[in-house]
Write a protein that binds this ligand. Structure first.
Ligand code: ADP
Ligand code: MG
Length: 697
């Protein structure tokens, strides 16, 4: 049965070797099954005819009936076109063709009634439709009116005269020969509970909807199915890992208690305590931990990571923390070294710029087990970095690392995987988190340390520069420090740097009496660190930077963040940048500077920033504005290549699908029960095509 849908597309009536090659290459369609899953991306409403009088250029497409009154070829060269005047009882519209002129000219006849379909455009008081679809009106097609599928195509296919209609015809043929072979892929219980229509009905109606209602039901059914199998796979992975991957047991809390009682510089928030408990439970469970720690910027994830490291070190093992940038690794190191020193624990920093000799020392101390805590960048992943026994790997700001890198960390121990804690400040919308990290356990710090005043965010136009400068001066006089961030705008790094330097000069001119730091991506790491350190020590009052400071940098006395050309930044970037202030006890400010002219999306971004400090709310808006593929950190993740579901819009369906998958696995973890045999069969057939399934045996 499955074999039928594996039949090469070449053998479908109407395809043949040439078209088959095109479909393979242009649309990745190789088999009957592939074609069936090539879903329309929209539908044309052919259920209604408009009169010419009713035309409006607001409509994407309209269908009209009429006869051609006259036609002529006019213009020369590239301007050459065929113009035909179509009339009905209410008015006249021009039909225009720039291509295929001779062919169309021969086909259309004066005086005969036609059905015309296309997008009307207004020219003065007249309407015209370029390259309309045109068919002779028959009794049959006049009554047939339906929702017609529009399929994704490529330029090349169009050039070879394969259009949506061609695909639709092939689809009709395919459905005719395969209808009785389409099997159900969801168990009856799920169909009942979620009121989903049968697979066969859904497939027929997704291509050729009999009504809007059936179309909606078909989409819902297919989206649910897609999301269900993704969630099932992730949850199954998690189960398998929990069963198969033993974890080292760590339960010695001596160091933790000592730190807690003697050196902890502040009281932990309830959210931090809750998360530490969750992690501690994992560490002593005997299973390998894979946990995502989500917490908005400034929520205090680092100390949580450190406290967990103490349990590991207390158990005689080693811990590592990997950060995405050199600056951030350095900052973590500086911060944690203070604590580690108090606890007399050896700690080291390893980055790309660590000198060879120091590097060798670190390698040796790691291998002997003498070095307990290693902080670093992805330099940690290099082959030579071998631990005596790595008990815990903490990964900060996961969105900068790929899944592949995460798994490299796993390999650091020969016989047993280390526990892994992934910390992210990118508030990922729930729907994305469930898909990207659905195989991880999730802890959330949903509370900021007490005493933090919410950051005030203000939008100012460039014309208010003098006022803004006065504000900066007032704040500095009150003892605060200020960030001024410039975007990377131009295509070329050179221009970006020039832009930044121009900004630097004008800031220097405006504030001749203050010491000013500058940090950007082209600087040598030592120079960067030097400037960062000066700023952190309050030796400089203003820090001019590009987005290199976006992640993690922590200077509590800096309470003003000015973002230049704020309209050029994405929402999550703006939120990350704003998170650099609001870390001390003082009232903090974020000022978004823009030009007067703002596009609609830019305006929404700025308004969202002014309106809320809540990272999750911001990421939801971001998801809506940009779609799932563009939300930070999800870029190369194949996990988001969905066929029909849309993570930005189908959150509720995703939630239901996930719950359904959990329920199935709870009742039948091995999917052995007869009522779940459809799932088993479907997984088997997906395993052949979807790479990720093969990880489950
Ligand atoms: P993030 O979650 O963004 O990584 P950090 O770990 O950098 O946040 O913490 C931000 C700041 O808050 C740091 O200066 C840290 O020392 C401080 N901090 C963390 N937890 C608390 C707390 N419970 N009370 C007060 N300050 C805290
Ligand atoms: Mg952090």
């Amino acid at each position: 049965m499955a074999a039928f849908f594996d039949t090469s597309i070449e053998f479908l009536k109407g395809v043949g070797p040439q078209r088959s090659a095109l479909l393979n290459k242009e649309l990745n369609i190789f088999t009957f099954g592939d074609l069936l899953q090539h879903f329309p991306f929209r539908y044309e409403d052919r259920t209604k005819f408009y009169s010419i009088k009713e035309l409006s250029d607001d409509w994407p497409f309209v269908q009209i009936k009429g006869a051609i009154r006259k036609k002529e070829v006019i213009g020369d060269g590239s301007k050459k076109r065929l113009v035909a005047n179509l009339v009905d009882e209410t008015g006249e519209v021009e039909l225009v063709w720039f291509q295929g002129i001779n062919w169309v000219n021969e086909k259309i006849k004066i005086g005969i009634p036609y059905i015309v379909f296309g997008k009307p455009a207004r020219f003065g008081s007249k309407f015209s439709i370029a390259h309309p679809e045109i068919d002779v009106l028959t009794q049959k097609n006049e009554q047939e009116g339906s929702l017609q599928p529009v399929y994704p195509l490529s330029e090349k296919l169009r050039n070879k005269r394969i259009d949506s209609k061609t695909i639709a015809k092939l689809m009709q043929e395919l459905l005719t020969v395969s209808k009785d072979k389409i099997r159900e892929t969801l168990p009856q219980s799920i169909l009942n509970t979620h009121k989903l229509i049968a697979k066969k009905e859904a497939l027929v109606n997704i291509h050729f909807p009999k009504s809007f209602e059936l179309l909606a039901k078909s989409q819902q059914r297919l989206k649910f199915e897609e999301l269900f199998y993704i969630q099932l796979r992730l949850l199954k992975l998690k189960l398998v890992r929990q069963e198969k991957f033993k974890g080292q047991i760590f339960q010695d809390a001596t160091l933790l208690t000592k730190f807690y009682n003697e050196h902890l510089p502040f009281a932990l928030t309830d959210a931090q305590k809750k998360v530490i408990k969750e992690i501690y439970a994992d560490l002593k469970s005997g299973k390998q931990m894979n946990r995502l720690l989500q917490g908005d910027v400034g929520s205090g994830k680092t100390i949580v990571g450190f406290i967990c490291m103490l349990v590991i070190v207390g158990g005689g093992s080693q811990a590592a923390l990997m950060a995405p940038t050199e600056i951030l690794a350095q900052q973590h190191y500086n911060g944690l070294k203070r604590y580690a020193d108090k606890m007399q624990l050896p700690i080291a920093l390893l980055t790309g710029s660590t000198k060879k000799s120091a590097r060798r020392e670190i390698h040796d101390a790691l291998r002997s087990g003498e070095l307990k805590i290693l902080i670093g960048t992805h330099a940690l992943l290099e082959e030579e970095v071998q631990f005596k026994n790595l008990g815990l790997a903490v990964v900060d700001e996961q969105h900068r690392f790929g899944v592949a890198q995460r798994s490299k960390l796993w390999q650091k121990n020969a016989n047993i995987y280390p526990h892994v804690l992934v910390m992210t400040a990118t508030p990922i919308p729930r729907t994305l988190a469930m898909t990207l990290y659905g195989d991880l356990d999730v802890s959330v710090i949903d509370q900021l340390p007490a005493g933090r005043k919410p950051i005030k965010t203000i939008h100012r136009f460039d014309s208010h520069r003098l006022q803004v400068n006065q504000f900066i001066r007032d704040q500095i006089e009150a003892g605060r420090q200020v960030y001024i961030v410039y975007p990377l705008i131009e295509e070329s790094e050179k221009l970006d740097l020039k832009h930044l330097m121009d900004g630097y000069e004008s800031v220097c001119r405006a504030f001749p009496d203050y010491a000013i730091s500058i940090v950007h991506g082209k600087m040598k790491p030592d120079a960067k660190d030097f400037e960062m350190a000066r700023f952190a020590k309050n030796e400089t009052k203003i820090m001019i930077a590009t987005t290199v400071i976006e992640v993690g940098v922590d200077v509590p006395n800096a309470s003003v963040m000015i973002i230049e050309n704020a309209e050029r930044f994405g929402l999550s970037q703006l939120h990350q940048l704003r998170g650099r202030v609001g870390r001390g006890a003082e009232q903090s400010y974020c000022i978004l500077m823009t030009d007067y002219k703002l596009g609609a999306d830019s305006r929404t971004r700025i308004e969202t920033m002014v309106k809320t400090n809540n990272g999750f709310e911001i990421s939801e808006t971001d998801l809506k504005l940009r779609g799932p593929g563009d939300v930070m950190g999800t870029q190369q993740s194949g996990a988001l290549d969905l066929m029909i579901a849309d993570l930005a819009k189908d959150g509720p369906t995703l939630q239901l699908a996930r719950e359904a998958a959990i329920q199935i696995l709870q009742n039948d973890p091995e999917l052995e029960k007869p009522e779940n045999s459809v799932i088993r069969t479907q997984i088997d057939s997906m395993r052949k095509t979807v790479v990720n399934w093969s990880r489950i045996s």
